[in-house]
Design a protein around this ligand. Structure first.
Ligand code: NAP
Ligand code: ZN
Length: 355
């Protein structure tokens, strides 16, 4: 066992604060990773505050992890000590169901093990995530990183925001000649804009924050629509092949469904604490439109996404924070005041714990 320093929520209503616990020593196929950078996903906030149902406390969030291998079990073949690696939203799955066999571990029929607030496959102990100095993960769930060392903080958000947007863009075969909408310019949305543009699509960004227009164009959008303005929305009626909706709050889906072409699809990845109102079925029926969902991505596809991003020079736009700024960062995220992902410099954890 190894003493681990971390930041944890002790209840849904208390701020995150220093906490320590023991992690297992690496088993045969385990990789122990010193965490260098950890992105701050809106899912961390939803979980820490029990917005998706009761979390288990203490809760250590964090599933956008980049670090350096400090030790390996004697059966590890993919990694060696010193390698720069990533860990995303999953640390294990049953590894024998049909979905796992297809490399779709996120849809594991026996339930994947999330990086935090999730039962381990055998012990059923609750996992504790990346707001911590190190983590121990089976090598199958560890990703290779080939970006330059100077980019590593900005690579961390790819492990969730990157794969969560990449996977549906691939699933619905987004590419040249297609008009693609991204709804919400936050952590996921800004990756959606960059990735859809890199795949060759004509990207339109929908935002509730007019002040983000210049950034959206810089990130790769061809046009920006303020979604609260019905005239701007109406100008795009029936014209989209695909829309990816990343919004973290419940809202009216009908105005977006009306923008899809016949047979167009809107995929929801945003997971608000309270449900959206039911969409008007005629908006779907009359044009055979589809409303879909998507959950992160499998391990093989996460590796494909990391390699795609390295090849295309894609990283996240980030604001680096110290660990002790995490509670303030959550409040800013709720105000949509993040450009466009907070990443914790984990070297600041020691100071936060000592303070
Ligand atoms: P985020 O950085 O907070 O971004 C969410 C964006 O939604 C905001 O920047 C804002 O964009 C827009 N928004 C917020 N409140 C809104 C409102 N009331 N009405 C309309 N738009 C609003 O969050 P994130 O980390 O990208 O995560 C987004 C959502 O995806 C969260 O619910 C998260 O839990 C979920 N998620 C899902 C998966 C999955 O596998 N499906 C994976 C990771 C995260 P504008 O300012 O541009 O309007
Ligand atoms: Zn996430």
């Amino acid at each position: 066992m190894t003493l681990t320093h971390a930041y944890a929520a002790q209840s849904a209503t208390t701020p995150l604060a220093p906490f320590s616990f023991e992690r297992r020593a690496p088993l045969q196929r385990d990789v122990a990773i010193d965490i260098l950078h950890c992105g701050v996903c809106h899912s961390d906030l939803h979980t820490a505050r029990s917005e998706w149902g009761p979390a288990k406390y203490p809760c250590v969030p964090g599933h956008e992890i980049v670090g350096r291998v400090r030790a390996i079990g004697n059966g590890v073949s993919k990694f060696k000590v010193g390698d720069i690696v990533g860990v995303g939203c999953m640390v294990d799955s049953c590894q024998h169901c049909a979905s796992c066999a297809e490399g779709l571990e996120q849809y594991c029929e026996n339930g994947f093990t999330g990086t935090y607030d999730s039962p381990e496959q055998i012990s059923r102990e609750n996992t504790l995530g990346g707001y911590s100095d190190h983590i121990v993960v089976h090598e199958k769930f560890v990703l290779r990183i080939s970006h330059a060392e100077s980019d590593l903080a900005a690579v961390a958000p790819l492990l969730c925001a990157g794969i969560t947007t990449y996977s549906p863009l691939r699933q619905w075969q987004v590419g040249p000649g297609q008009k693609v909408g991204i709804v919400g310019l936050g952590g996921l949305g800004h990756m959606g804009v960059k990735l859809a543009a890199a795949m060759g699509a004509q990207v339109v960004l929908f935002t509730t924050s007019p002040g983000k227009t210049a950034d959206a164009l810089r990130l790769g959008a061809k046009e920006v629509v303020v979604s609260k303005d019905p005239a701007q929305m109406a100008a795009h009626a029936n014209s989209f092949d695909f829309i990816l909706n990343t919004v973290a709050a419940s809202h009216d889906l009908d105005p977006f469904i009306a923008l899809l072409k016949r047979d167009g699809t809107m995929t929801l990845v945003g997971a608000p604490a309270t449900p959206h109102k039911s969409p008007n079925v005629f908006g779907l029926i009359l044009k055979r439109r589809r409303l879909a969902g998507s959950l992160i991505g499998g391990i093989a596809e996460t590796q494909e996404m990391l390699d795609f991003c390295a090849q295309h020079g894609i990283v996240s736009d980030i604001e680096v924070i110290a660990m002790e700024q995490i509670n303030e960062a959550y409040e800013r995220m709720l105000r949509s005041d993040v450009k466009y992902r907070f990443v914790v410099d984990m070297s600041t954890l020691g100071q936060a714990v000592a303070a």
